[in-house]
Write a protein that binds this ligand. Structure first.
Ligand SMILES: Cc1cc2nc3c(=O)[nH]c(=O)nc-3n(C[C@H](O)[C@H](O)[C@H](O)COP(=O)(O)OP(=O)(O)OC[C@H]3O[C@@H](n4cnc5c(N)ncnc54)[C@H](O)[C@@H]3O)c2cc1C
Ligand code: SF4
Length: 625
C-alpha cells in the first residue's frame, strides 16, 4: 500500500487501473492479480497502514460517536466526503430538507448513504447475501422496468464463485425449496446456515404454512420463515467443493477455522470479531502484483483518439500537504467507485454517454418498516440484524400490479425505526421531565425487559424499477473541497412502488394479527421521516436500504444502455464500469452478492482481453494489402 497525497507516485504503466477499493474493486483486483496482472487500485479515502490498528481506531471512533450511523467509525475527510442518512431531515409540513455530499432536488429524497474510505461501503454493510430470483432478470415481461441481457443460468457459476470469495453461510435445500432457486445438484454453500434467532422461531411457529391473500391479486401466498444467506462466518461445511471443505477467513484475511459470528449485534457498522465479510479480507489476500494507493480521488478517465481508455487523472491529497494532480496509464480502466460515484466520474469525464443513460435509472430498495411488541419476550438485540425472512411476496403474477418485496424479520428491536435503545433507558432512569420514571435496580431491570424484550420489526424491501427520470447529475456551481462538481440526485417513487408499499402495509397488518402482536408503527411528519408520501388517501414513509443501482445500466443495445453484459462501456474499448450501477433491475434480493458475481464475471472478460493483447499478431502473406 502506498499513501497517495505527497508520497511517491505510482510509476510505469499498469495492465489494469481499478478506481475504488470497495467490494467490487477489491474482487476484480484479486482475480486479476492472481493471474499475475499488474493492477493499480486508486482509492479516494484513507487506508490504515496496519489493519489491526485501523480496526481498533474505527471501533474507538464508533464508540465515541454521537450518532451511531453507518459511517460513524470513520471521520470524513473534506477531500472524500460521503452522504450519510443523517443528512436528511423530515419537515413538519411533510417535505424534506437535505444537506451534505448529495444535493437532492427530487420530489422525494434518495434516503441512502455510502462510505468513502478504503473498503468502501462493504466495511459497514449488514452482510446479507441472497441471490436474485430467476424471475428478477425478466422484469419487463411483467410490464415494468428493464430486463437483463443475461439470465440466472448464465450468472449461476459466478454466484458460486462470489459465495466462495465472500464466504456465504446458507442452507441450499431451503433456498431451493422455499425461494425457488436452482443450484447444481451437488452444491452446498461454503458454510452452514446461521441458526435462526429466538424471534425467528417464535414467528415461524405462528406463521409457517399459513396462507395470506395477496392484496393485489387475491392469490394465496404461503408464509414460510426462511433463513437468509449471510456473508459472515458460521460453521464450515465439510461437504463443500466435493468434500474438500472450506476454510473461513478471519481477521485481516487470515484463515480462521474457529471464527464464528458471536451474535454481538453490531454488524452495522463493524463486526468486532471479524466474522462479517468486508473487502479488507479480500485485499489482505491480494497478490503482490496489486498496489493500493489511497487518498487518490480519480476525477477523469483518459481516452485516446479512438475512444480507447488509456488511464486516469487523480488528485492525491494528504491532510498536511498540498493536493497534487497525477496521471497514470493502463491497458484497461475499471471504475468501481460505487453506483453514484461511478456515474459522477463518467459525467466528469464526458464519457460513455452516447445513450444519455449515464446517471439515470437510479434505484434503491425503499423500505417500509413496521414494528410492534409480541406477547412474550423474543430476545431482541442479539445476532445479525436479520437472520430470516418471508420470501413469498418476491415473485409471481402479483408483481405486475405492485412492486414485489422481501420481508426481513428484524432482530434489532426498534432500533432502525426509532433509534438506539439508550433513549428508552435514559427515560426510565431520569427522575424529571414528562416521561421520566426515576427507576433503579430491580425495578429498572424489569422495566427494561418489559419495554425492550418484546420488540420486533418487519422490514419490507420494495423492488424499485429503472426509471430514467431518477438520476444523478452534476452541479458545476456547487463544488467539493477538491473543486469537483458535487452530485445532484433527483428521485421519486413510481405508482408501482407505492402500490407495493400499500400491499406491504396490508400484509403487515395480517401478520401482526396472526402473531398476536401490538402494532406500534407510527410515521409522524417531522425529522425522523424525510421519506414520506400520500397514496390513495393513506400516508406512508420509507427508509433507504443503501442499495444504489442502475446508474450505468447494462443492456444489449448501445443506444439504450451504458455497459454490455460484461460491464464493458459500449463507447470505449478498455473501459469497464462495475458495481450495482450496472444492474438493469435492483431485483428482490439485497444486491451485493449479484454485484460480486458480475464483478468476477467481468474480471474473466478483462483477463481474456489482456491475453488477446499479449498474443503477438501473426501476419500471413494473405493479409497483406
Ligand atoms: C448500511 C448499509 C447496509 C447494507 N447492507 C447490505 C446487505 O446486507 N446486503 C447487500 O447485498 N447489500 C448491502 N448494502 C449495499 C452494499 O454495501 C453495496 O452494494 C456495496 O458495498 C457496493 O460496493 P461497491 O464496491 O460498488 O461500492 P463501495 O463499497 O461504496 O466502494 C467504492 C469505493 O470507491 C471509492 N471511491 C469513490 N469515489 C472514488 C474516486 N473518485 N476515486 C477513487 N476512489 C473512489 C470509495 O472510497 C470506496 O472505497 C448495504 C449498504 C449500506 C449503506
Ligand atoms: S452479529 Fe456480531 S459477530 Fe455476528 S457478524 Fe454481526 S457483529 Fe459480527
Amino acid at each position: 500500500m502506498s499513501p497517495g497525497g505527497g508520497a511517491a507516485a505510482p510509476h510505469g504503466s499498469y495492465d489494469v487501473i481499478v478506481v475504488g477499493g470497495g467490494i467490487a474493486g477489491s474482487l476484480v483486483a484479486r482475480r486479476l492479480g492472481d493471474l499475475g496482472r499488474r493492477v493499480l487500485v486508486l482509492e479516494a479515502g484513507p487506508a490504515a497502514a496496519d489493519p489491526e490498528a485501523g480496526h481498533r481506531a474505527a471501533l474507538r471512533t464508533y464508540l465515541t460517536a454521537g450518532a451511531k450511523v453507518p459511517g460513524s467509525p470513520y471521520v470524513p475527510s473534506p477531500e472524500a466526503t460521503w452522504p450519510e442518512v443523517t443528512d436528511l431531515t423530515g419537515l413538519p409540513s411533510g417535505g424534506y430538507a437535505a444537506e451534505g455530499h448529495l444535493i437532492q432536488r427530487g420530489p422525494l429524497p434518495y434516503a441512502s448513504g455510502y462510505v468513502r474510505v478504503n473498503g468502501g461501503t462493504g466495511n459497514v454493510w449488514t452482510g446479507l447475501t441472497p441471490r436474485m430470483h430467476p424471475e428478477d432478470f425478466r422484469t419487463a415481461e411483467f410490464g415494468y422496468g428493464r430486463s437483463w441481457p443475461i439470465g440466472y443460468d448464465e450468472l449461476e457459476p459466478h454466484y458460486r464463485a462470489a459465495e466462495y470469495e465472500i464466504g456465504v453461510a446458507a442452507d441450499v435445500d431451503e433456498q431451493r425449496e422455499h425461494v425457488g432457486l436452482p443450484f447444481p445438484e451437488e452444491y452446498v454453500f461454503p458454510m452452514r446456515a446461521l441458526p435462526a434467532s429466538h424471534l425467528d422461531r417464535i414467528v415461524a411457529a405462528r406463521l409457517d404454512g399459513r396462507r395470506l391473500a395477496d392484496p393485489a391479486t387475491g392469490d394465496p401466498v404461503v408464509l414460510r420463515v426462511t433463513g437468509t444467506p449471510h456473508g459472515r462466518n458460521s460453521t464450515p461445511d465439510p461437504l463443500y467443493d466435493g468434500g474438500a471443505g472450506y476454510v473461513p477467513v478471519g481477521a485481516h484475511g487470515r484463515p480462521d477455522p474457529g471464527s464464528r459470528c458471536l451474535g454481538s449485534a453490531s454488524c452495522i457498522p463493524l463486526c468486532p470479531s471479524h466474522a462479517k465479510y468486508t473487502p479488507l479480507k479480500t485485499q489482505a489476500r491480494w497478490s503482490d502484483t496489486v498496489t493500493l494507493v489511497d487518498r487518490a480521488v480519480v476525477d477523469r478517465v483518459l481516452v485516446d483518439g479512438n475512444g480507447r481508455a488509456t488511464g486516469v487523472e487523480y488528485l492525491a491529497w494528504n491532510a498536511s500537504g498540498p493536493v497534487t494532480r497525477r496521471t497514470v496509464s493502463a491497458d484497461v480502466v475499471v471504475l468501481a467507485a460505487h453506483a453514484v460515484e461511478n456515474a459522477r466520474l463518467l459525467l466528469l469525464s464526458g464519457l460513455a454517454n452516447r445513450s444519455d443513460q449515464v446517471g439515470r435509472n437510479l434505484m434503491d430498495h425503499p423500505v417500509l418498516l413496521t414494528w410492534g411488541l409480541l406477547p412474550e419476550p423474543v430476545g431482541p438485540y442479539r445476532g445479525p440484524g436479520s437472520t430470516s425472512g418471508l420470501e413469498g411476496f418476491r415473485f409471481g403474477p402479483a408483481r405486475r400490479a405492485r412492486a414485489p418485496f422481501r420481508v426481513e424479520i428484524g432482530n434489532w428491536g426498534w432500533v432502525w425505526a426509532k433509534g438506539p435503545v439508550d433513549g428508552d433507558v435514559a427515560e426510565l432512569l431520569r427522575t424529571g421531565g414528562e416521561h421520566g420514571r426515576g427507576l433503579f435496580g430491580e425495578a429498572l431491570r424489569t422495566a427494561v425487559r418489559e419495554r425492550l424484550g418484546r420488540q420486533f420489526t418487519l422490514q419490507f424491501e420494495m423492488e424499485q424499477e429503472a426509471d430514467p427520470a431518477n438520476r444523478v447529475t452534476l452541479d458545476p456551481d456547487r463544488r467539493d473541497a477538491l473543486g469537483l462538481p458535487r452530485p445532484v440526485v433527483s428521485y421519486d417513487l413510481s405508482p408501482h412502488v407505492k402500490e407495493g408499499m400499500a400491499a406491504a402495509r396490508q400484509v403487515s397488518d395480517r401478520i401482526f394479527a396472526l402473531l398476536g402482536a401490538e402494532d406500534h408503527t407510527d410515521h409522524p411528519a417531522g425529522p425522523a421521516w424525510p421519506g414520506r408520501f400520500e397514496h390513495r388517501g393513506t400516508t406512508y414513509a420509507y427508509r433507504g436500504a443503501g442499495h444504489a443501482a442502475g446508474t450505468h445500466i447494462m443492456g444489449d443495445d448501445p443506444a439504450t444502455s451504458v455497459v454490455d453484459s460484461d460491464q464493458r462501456c459500449w463507447d470505449h474499448p478498455g473501459l469497464y464500469a462495475v458495481g450495482c450501477g450496472s444492474m438493469p433491475s435492483v431485483a428482490t434480493s439485497n444486491p451485493t452478492l449479484t454485484m460480486a458475481a458480475l464483478a468476477l464475471r467481468s474480471a474473466g472478460a478483462i483477463a481474456r482481453e489482456l491475453t488477446a493483447r499479449d498474443r503477438p499478431a501473426v501476419i500471413t502473406p494473405g493479409d497483406a494489402p
